[in-house]
Write a protein that binds this ligand. Structure first.
Ligand code: CO8
Length: 258
C-alpha cells in the first residue's frame, strides 16, 4: 500500500516511527490516516517481524493530532457517523492489542481523536509543548474513538468526567501527574525517550512482553485472572523462560532474540 498520510521510518533497524503527516491540518485524522493506520497494524507489522516496537508521533512542531478531521463531519448521517466511530474504535483497538509495544510521542496538541489515539498506545511521552484534551463537547459531540472509556481507566472517573465535561486542555506536566502520560520531557525529546523505552523492552522476553500487554488489556475480573494463570503456565515451559532462568542461574544476561 502506498502511504500518503503517514510517514514510516525505521529507527536502528528494529523500531518503526510512524509520523502522522498532515501538518497543515494539525495532523487531523481523516479517512486516509485511518486506512493507513489499519494497514500498518493489521498487515505491515505482521509482515515485518524484525520490528520490535512502534512510536506514533505527529509531523511539525504544533500537533501530535488535533482530533478527527472536522471537515469530514458536515455531510454525515447518524448511521454513517456511528459506523465511522465504530471503525475508528476497532482500528484503535488493534493498536492497543498490538503484541509489540506502541508508544505515543506527544509534542503539541493531542485533542479529541488525537488524545484517543495516544490513549490507545501502550504508553505516552509528553513534552513541554504537549496539550491534551477532549474538546468534543465544544462541538456538541462526545468522543467516538474510545475516549470515554480509556480516559476513565487512565486518570480515574472523577478527573475523566471533569476533562470530558469542561473540555479543558491540560499540559504535559499535568497529564503526567494524572497518569495520562508516562513521562514529561523537554520539547523535541519525546521520540528519543520513546526509543529508549522500546530498546529496554526489546531486551526482555518478547512473548512475556506480549503476554503482559494481553493480560493488562483484559478487563479486570475472574476471566483476566484465569487468562494470567494459563499464560503463566504456558510461559513456564517455554524456550523463552528456559533462557531467562538459565541466564539468571549462570549469572549472565539473557539473550531472548538469538
Ligand atoms: N480537523 C480538521 N482541521 C483541523 C482540525 C481538525 N480537528 N484541527 C485544526 N485543523 C486545521 C484548522 O482548520 C486550520 O486549517 P486552515 O489553516 O486551513 O484554516 C489548521 O488546522 C490550523 O489550525 P488553527 O488555525 O485553528 O490553529 P490554532 O493554533 O489557532 O488552534 C487548535 C489550534 C486549538 C488545535 C484548533 O485548531 C482547534 O481547536 N482544533 C480542533 C480541535 C478539536 O475540536 N478536536 C476534536 C475534533 S472531534 C473528534 O476528534 C471526535 C473523534 C470521534 C469521531 C467519531 C467519528 C466521526
Amino acid at each position: 500500500m502506498d502511504l500518503t498520510s503517514i510517514k514510516l521510518q525505521l529507527l536502528e533497524e528494529h523500531y518503526l516511527l510512524c509520523t502522522i503527516n498532515r501538518p497543515k491540518a494539525l495532523n487531523a485524522l481523516n479517512k486516509s490516516v485511518f486506512n493507513e493506520l489499519e494497514y500498518i497494524f493489521s498487515t505491515y507489522l505482521a509482515q515485518h517481524p524484525e520490528i520490535y516496537g512502534v512510536i506514533i508521533t505527529g509531523a511539525g512542531d504544533k500537533a501530535f493530532v488535533a482530533g478527527a478531521d472536522i471537515t469530514e463531519f458536515s455531510t454525515l448521517s447518524s448511521d454513517q457517523a456511528s459506523a465511522l466511530s465504530r471503525r475508528g474504535q476497532i482500528i484503535f483497538q488493534s493498536i492497543e492489542d498490538s503484541s509489540i509495544p506502541v508508544i505515543a510521542a506527544v509534542e503539541g496538541f493531542a485533542l479529541g481523536g488525537g488524545c484517543e489515539l495516544a490513549m490507545a498506545c501502550h504508553m505516552r511521552i509528553a513534552s513541554t509543548q504537549a496539550k491534551f484534551g477532549q474538546p468534543e463537547v465544544n462541538l456538541g459531540l462526545i468522543p467516538g474513538y474510545g475516549g470515554t472509556q480509556r480516559l476513565k481507566l487512565l486518570v480515574g472517573k472523577a478527573k475523566a468526567m471533569e476533562l470530558l465535561l469542561t473540555a479543558d486542555m491540560i499540559d504535559g506536566e499535568t497529564a503526567t501527574a494524572l497518569g495520562l502520560a508516562n513521562h514529561f520531557v523537554q520539547a523535541g525529546e519525546t521520540v528519543e525517550t520513546s526509543l529508549g523505552i522500546l530498546k529496554k523492552i526489546a531486551k526482555k522476553g518478547p512473548n512475556a512482553v506480549s503476554g503482559c500487554i494481553e493480560c493488562v488489556n483484559t478487563p479486570y475480573g475472574n476471566e483476566a485472572y484465569l487468562k494470567e494463570a494459563a499464560m503463566f503456565g504456558k510461559g513456564m515451559v517455554s524456550d523463552e523462560s528456559k533462557e531467562g532462568v538459565s541466564a539468571f542461574l549462570e549469572k549472565r544476561k539473557a539473550n531472548f532474540r538469538a
